[in-house]
Design a binder for this molecule. Sequence first.
Ligand code: RIB
Ligand code: CA
Length: 321
Amino acid sequence: MVTKVIFDTDPGVDDTAALLFIHAAPELDLVGITTVFGNAHIETTTRNALYLAERFNIPCPVAQGAGQALKRRYEGPPTFIHGVDGLGDVGVPETISRTVDPRPAHRFIIDMVKAHPGEITLIAVGRMTNLALALEEAPEIAGLVKQVVIMGGAFGQNGHGGNVTPAAEANIIGDPEAADIMLGVPWPVVVVGLDVTKETFMAPEGLARLVREAGDAGRFIAETSELYKQFHIDRHGLDGIFMHDSCAVAYVLAPELFTTRSGAMRVATEGIAVGQTIQKPDSVNFAPGAWDGLPSQLACIGIDHEAVLELFHQKLALLGN
Ligand code: RIB
Ligand code: CA
């Protein structure tokens, strides 16, 4: 069975690899790309999404989303990770012939979910702002979505805390109020956080394999990853790149490669731990508190990272044939 997917993204180097992973997978039908600020300003992430759609013949609409968080000022792009152009400074043309959908991203999401009740999987790999705006305008979509899989957060599993602060991951601290909203509504959410994405890194041999096997897509991923690779060396002393956003796509394709833990989740919205994702595991009893009455969601706490990378390579190689 083919799964309809809306990809909510801030391309973004690892977002690009994830988008091409979706595009390559015959099991997924990409029915829309929605953009959000984060790895770059919204105009840039949208321009990049249009460029990727045009260059790789991805036929679905691209809808532009939020340029700022619900309640906070955007502090500007992490150019030392994704470059000034959001794609590793490879030189993206300023003018793209593909044009954006006239609807804002959150309305595009609402329209698509209502048009295909029970069929749409949302894969969200940037700030959760568009999802929160969609829920605010049409709360009934929570009952109409098949599944929501997000890259974001960190639960301290496998030794992985935050990557912006010791407590917080980038996609969540970028709009903690939005993340707290979308985790608290009754739709089935799977959180693919740093606990598993930092277990999943591609070494230079993997990038070389992409160049050999995955045609223009493989060459583009390798090219855009050069600056990102340097960041991993400088920050983590790691000769390889984290495949954060692709792990969320892998979950949709092969959930059996992940171990999950069920429980209600909240996001800290103030204090030194702002942006921290905190789960109350269903298996543990606590005194009454801030997690009560919220739906149980799944946090990924384990991953077969070798199998996930192999899956990525196998799908991407389909674009090279
Ligand atoms: O923390 C990793 C996340 O932040 C990824 O989605 C990456 O693209 C950046 O936005
Ligand atoms: Ca991202």
